[in-house]
Ligand binder design. Structure first.
Ligand code: FMN
Length: 303
């Protein structure tokens, strides 16, 4: 028997496959298909301290081998999440991760304090959202912005903290090091890559927000590259994501340095994709005599 479990910041995941934030709701859309307990964990829809309606539609555009989205963090707010979704998630799922966004440092602190008093297992800080006091540039594009969020939240909660990095930067390793220095327990990457599509007849951008975040198989090599770079730059564990669709992708991401993986866009085309990935990882381990996934994390042999 192979052991699929992985441990991150003292939290035990029965397997390394986690549903990515924003692509799995708060679990409620999928429970008719299979029990949440099949997944290693669920990263819930990004939440803000106050409820948000999100951006006007169209919010999704198709791309070659992926999608662009500009959902705009539609959510019922942290308190609504704790009251309406968390009890069922905790009852039915394994590791439950709250994905938190904020327009100001105070927003992040208020969200973290509310979640600290709940029985959420981990908090994932989405630092790809705009910092309103800095003209709307996202927190995660500078070491200072990323570190400021991380250090403020570290003081607001004892929950294990994952910082989710944006790929829209020149050097992702400097951001990874900055949040590690402020006490991050883990980093997850990548969030979506900024993109745009235009309707050639109306000459209008397809998304009402003009720009959006790209995800899906097309971004996979970018994600593998960034995970590998971060693995060589920091000591904290990494959760890898970006275009993972098959168990082969998941193993590749682990070889690059990911302790666990998240799947997002692939779930839109096949809600059972995470289960197939778990099964494939298990067979690969069995076939190759791998007893624990720690044997392959970061084990790529660079030329
Ligand atoms: C429709 C949609 C909504 C998303 N919402 C969030 C979110 O609320 N918070 C967040 O951190 N990431 C969000 N993401 C990013 C994903 O969690 C993930 O980082 C990204 O899509 C790359 O993985 P994938 O290619 O497997 O989808 C969203 C992605 C999509 C496609």
């Amino acid at each position: 028997m192979v052991d699929l479990s992985v441990r991150i910041a003292g939290v035990e995941f029965p397997n390394p496959v986690i549903a990515a934030s924003g692509t799995y709701g708060n679990g409620e859309c999928y429970t008719d298909l299979y029990p949440l307990s099949k997944l290693g964990g669920v990263s819930c829809k990004g939440m803000t301290i106050e409820p948000k309606l999100g951006n006007p539609p169209p919010r999704i555009a198709e791309t070659y081998s992926g999608i662009l989205n500009s959902v705009g963090l539609q959510n019922i707010g942290v308190h609504g999440f704790i009251e309406y979704y968390l009890p069922t998630l905790k009852e039915e799922g394994n590791v439950i991760i709250a994905n938190v966004a904020g327009a100001t440092i105070d927003d992040y602190i208020a969200a973290a304090e509310a979640l600290d008093a709940s029985d959420i297992d981990m908090i994932e800080l989405n630092i790809s959202c705009p910092n309103v006091k800095q003209g709307g540039a996202s927190w995660g594009v500078s070491c200072e912005g990323a570190a400021a969020v991380m250090s403020a939240v570290r003081r607001a909660t004892k929950k294990p903290l994952i910082v989710k990095l944006t790929p829209n930067v020149t050097d992702i390793t400097s951001i990874a090091k900055a949040v590690e220095a402020e006490g991050a327990d883990c980093i997850s990457l990548i969030n979506t890559l900024l993109g745009m599509r235009i309707d050639i007849n109306s000459r209008r951008p397809i998304l009402k927000n003009n720009m959006g975040g790209m995800s899906g198989p097309a971004v996979f090599p970018v994600a593998v590259r960034m995970v590998w770079q971060c693995f060589n730059a920091v000591k904290i564990p990494i959760i890898g994501m970006g275009g993972i669709s098959t168990w082969e992708d998941a193993i590749e991401m682990m070889l690059a340095g990911a302790t666990a993986i998240q799947m997002g866009t692939a779930i839109f085309t096949d809600p059972y994709a995470p289960l197939k990935v778990i099964e494939g990882i298990e067979e690969y381990m069995d076939k190759n005599g791998i007893k624990s996934l720690s044997e392959i994390v970061g084990q790529v042999k660079p030329w």
